[in-house]
Design a protein around this ligand. Structure first.
Ligand code: EPZ
Length: 418
C-alpha cells in the first residue's frame, strides 16, 4: 500500500502549473468512440482514472497510444458493446462510456459504476434520459442492457443539473435523428470543453455553459485533435495548500473564470489574489480568517473543493460553517482531520469548523479522492510527521501532486507499499 509522509510547518512559496482536467478528460476520452476514426488528445493528466478509461476503450476494441500528456485513440474497430463489471466498478465516470456506445452502436451493456464513496451516486437521471431518447433498458442480475433501433432527438428535462447525465445525453444524441434539447443542464466548464471537442469532431451542439443545451443530430463525424482544459480543482487545491501555510504562489496554466467562487472565498479568508491572463498570483496572510461555504452546481462553489476548504479552515481564526448540498455523504474525511486535532462537528449536511491554533501529525487514512487531498493539506501545517494511507484514492485525480508541493518547499514523499 502506498503512503505519503508529510513533515509539517514549512511555508510554501514559488511557482507551479496546473495539469489537464481529470473531469474534462474522462468524457472526452469516452467520446472518442463516436467518430470511428482517430482522436489525438493533448494535456491529458497521467492519473489512474484516465488509465482506466483507456483500458475500457482497449477492451472494447480501440487501439490507444500514450506519450505522457498526448494520447492517440483509434476507434475504427469497436467490436464489443459490453463493459466488464470489474472495469465499471473502478470508477464512477465509466458510466459515460454508455452514452458513447449508444451514440455509435445503439447498444450497450454495463453494470452499476463504482467510484469514490461520497454518496449513493445513482444513475437514474442517465437511464431516464436514455429511455426518452428511444433506448430500451432491461435490467437483470446487476447488468443493464440498453438497445435501440433508432435514437430519436427529444426534449429532456433534468430533475437535477447532473454533470454526468448532461454529458451522457450529449454523447448519446450527437448522431441521433433530429434535435435534442437538455433543459436544466449542468453548466460546469467540463461540459463546455466536451461541447468544443465534439463540435471539432463534426457534431452540432450549442449552449454548453448555460442550463439549456441543443444537440442537432449529424450523420458523419471525423478525426479530431484537441487540447484538454486545465484542472480547476487541482488549481484550487494548490492555491489552498499555499494559503494554508501563509505562503506565496505563482500558479500558471489556469482559466481564472473557472475559479471565481474559489478566488472569492480565498479573498474572504484574507488572501490577496492577482490575475494576469492564465496566471494567478496569491499572497496569503499570516493567519487565515474563517468563512462560510455552501456547495452548489456551477457557477456556485464546487463540491470538489469542500473537503480542501474544510482542511484549510481548521486552523483559521474563528468558526466556519460548510453546507454540502450536492452529495449526501461527503464528510468521511472529517474523522481523520479530527484525529490531527481539528475541531469539526457534522450535523447532517452541515460541518461546523472551530479554528484551532495547531494541528498535530498523525497516522491517517484517505477516504476518497478529495478527502485525501484535504489530509495532505492538513499534514503541511501539522506539527511533526503525518503518514497518509490509502493514497491510491489521491493518485486517481492528481498528477504528481507531491512533486509540485515539494517544488514549493513542502516536505512530502511518496513511499511505495510493502
Ligand atoms: C461529476 O460527478 C464529477 N466527476 C464529480 O467530481 C463532481 O463532484 C460532480 O460532477 C459534481 O460537480 C466527474 O466529472 C468524473 P452529478 P457526477 O451527476 O457526474 C445526483 C471529483 O472529485 N445524481 O453532477 O457523478 C448525485 O447522487 C468527482 O473529481 C442523481 O441523483 O456528479 C449527486 O448527489 C467527485 N441521479 C448529484 O446528483 C443521477 O442519475 C450530483 O451528481 C445522477 C446524479
Amino acid at each position: 500500500m502506498k503512503t505519503y509522509i508529510v513533515e509539517g510547518g514549512r511555508k510554501l512559496e514559488g511557482s507551479t502549473y496546473v495539469s489537464g482536467s481529470k473531469n474534462a478528460s474522462l468524457p472526452i476520452i469516452a467520446a472518442s468512440i463516436l467518430n470511428g476514426g482517430i482522436t489525438k488528445l493533448y494535456n491529458v493528466p497521467n492519473i489512474h482514472d484516465t488509465k482506466i478509461m483507456l483500458k475500457i476503450l482497449e477492451y472494447l476494441g480501440c487501439k490507444t497510444k500514450r506519450n505522457n500528456g498526448k494520447i492517440v485513440i483509434d476507434s475504427k474497430n469497436i467490436k464489443l458493446h459490453e463493459i466488464p463489471e470489474e472495469l465499471m466498478r473502478e470508477m464512477r465516470s465509466s458510466v459515460i462510456i454508455v452514452g458513447a456506445l449508444l451514440g455509435r452502436l445503439k447498444q450497450a451493456t454495463f453494470s452499476y459504476p463504482g467510484g469514490c464513496d461520497i454518496g449513493s451516486r445513482p444513475i437514474d437521471l442517465h437511464l431516464k434520459a436514455f429511455e426518452k431518447l428511444g433506448v430500451e433498458l432491461e435490467e437483470e442480475s446487476g447488468f443493464i442492457r440498453c438497445k435501440s433501433d433508432n435514437i430519436i432527438g427529444t426534449q429532456i428535462q433534468l430533475d437535477f443539473p447532473s454533470v454526468g447525465a448532461t454529458e451522457n445525453i450529449m454523447l448519446a444524441s450527437i448522431l441521433a435523428k433530429g434535435e435534442t434539447v437538455i433543459a436544466n443542464a449542468a453548466m460546469e466548464p467540463e461540459i463546455v470543453d466536451l461541447q468544443n471537442f465534439l463540435n471539432k469532431m463534426g457534431a452540432n451542439i450549442k449552449g454548453a455553459g448555460t442550463n439549456n443545451i441543443t444537440i442537432n443530430g449529424v450523420t458523419k463525424l471525423k478525426d479530431v485533435s484537441y487540447n484538454i482544459m486545465p484542472d480547476r480543482i487541482e488549481a484550487g487545491t494548490l492555491l489552498c495548500a499555499v494559503a494554508l501555510t501563509g505562503g506565496k504562489l505563482e500558479l500558471k496554466n489556469v482559466v481564472p473564470e473557472h475559479l471565481t467562487p474559489v478566488i472569492h472565498k480565498l479573498e474572504e479568508c484574507g488572501c490577496i489574489i492577482k490575475i494576469e491572463k492564465d496566471t494567478l498570483y496569491l499572497q496569503a496572510p499570516k493567519k487565515l480568517k474563517a468563512t462560510d461555504i455552501k456547495t452548489m452546481p456551477y457557477p456556485g462553489f464546487p463540491t470538489d473543493m469542500q473537503s480542501i476548504f474544510a482542511s484549510m479552515l481548521s486552523t483559521a481564526k474563528g468558526t466556519s460553517i460548510i453546507v454540502e448540498n450536492i452529495f449526501e455523504n461527503r464528510y468521511k474525511y472529517v474523522t481523520e482531520l479530527n484525529r490531527m486535532g481539528a475541531k469539526i462537528t457534522i450535523e447532517g449536511r452541515t460541518a461546523v469548523i472551530k479554528g484551532v491554533r495547531k494541528l498535530s501529525g498523525a497516522n491517517v487514512k484517505a477516504t476518497d479522492l478529495r478527502g485525501g487531498a484535504a489530509l495532505i493539506l492538513a499534514g503541511l501545517v501539522a506539527k511533526g510527521k503525518t503518514t497518509i494511507m490509502n493514497i491510491e484514492y489521491i493518485l486517481r485525480g492528481y498528477e504528481n501532486i507531491e512533486k509540485k508541493l515539494r517544488n514549493l518547499g513542502a516536505k512530502i514523499i511518496l513511499k511505495e507499499g510493502e
